[in-house]
Design a binder for this molecule. Structure first.
Ligand SMILES: [Zn+2]
Length: 168
């Protein structure tokens, strides 16, 4: 899934739950793809969906958020970061068109290197080097964008609706 897709999933999910921090869910949903900072390094493809796509990384992010947050917001922030992170892992495990380093995410890495993917709605992009050739991955990502289009629209509607309510 693209970063915009993850943002949409985080936003729509967070808006459906009360007593949760929408910004923290969005940040939690973004953090697993922080490894894209290294997309132009040769080793990136082997580690994407691995080092930052597991329960320990998500837990560490939530724990960090817990201690950085104001005391009265700690549980809310940590829970929101966890929610965003787990949604990210779930979506990436079901929408992966780059099987060159395994389909899905390594949920229990580094304890277990197997990939978790209960099902995958995308097919192989055909780019054999995967993220090893990041510019060639742009075209297969267009298919992903088509899948995500309804999420973008729903996010825009929810966002605009919330702005209208807060103005009145
Ligand atoms: Zn991801």
């Amino acid at each position: 899934m693209t970063p915009l897709g993850h943002l949409s999933v985080s936003y729509i999910s967070a808006r459906s739950i009360s007593r949760i921090s929408v910004p923290a869910v969005i940040i939690g949903g973004f953090l697993p793809d922080l490894d894209f900072l290294f997309v132009f390094f040769d080793w990136f493809n082997a580690y994407h969906h691995v080092t930052t796509h597991n329960v320990f990384y998500i837990g560490l992010a939530a724990l960090t958020g817990y201690f950085l947050a104001e005391k009265k917001m700690r549980t809310t922030i940590a829970g929101s970061l966890l929610m965003g992170g787990f949604l990210h892992l779930l979506v990436d495990s079901c929408m992966d068109n780059n099987p060159t380093n395994g389909v899905g995410v390594t949920l229990l890495w580094p304890l277990y290197e197997g990939h978790f993917s209960p099902f995958n709605i995308l097919s192989d992009s055909g780019v054999k080097a995967g993220w090893g050739e990041p510019l060639k991955m742009v075209k297969p990502m267009m298919i992903v964008v088509l899948y995500e289009l309804p999420l973008y629209i729903a996010t825009a509607i929810l966002f605009l609706k919330s702005k209208r309510i807060s103005i009145n």
